[in-house]
Write a new protein. Structure first.
Length: 54
């Protein structure tokens, strides 16, 4: 059988997982435009200063 094709995360904030205890995990989407899309496709995404409000 072949590998399962599914949606996988493009980037992960590994530093947040290292610095904090993750109690719950939520999936979220973002709207990207212009150069953000190009960086993501090139594998150069950066979540260093990213945050989310829940």
């Amino acid at each position: 059988m072949g590998k399962k094709e599914g949606i996988k995360p493009v980037v992960d904030n590994r530093k947040a997982r290292h610095d904090y205890h993750i109690k719950d995990v939520y999936e979220a989407g973002m709207v990207l435009v212009g150069t953000e899309v190009k960086s993501l496709r090139a594998g150069k995404a950066n979540l260093k200063d990213a945050y989310a409000v829940v």
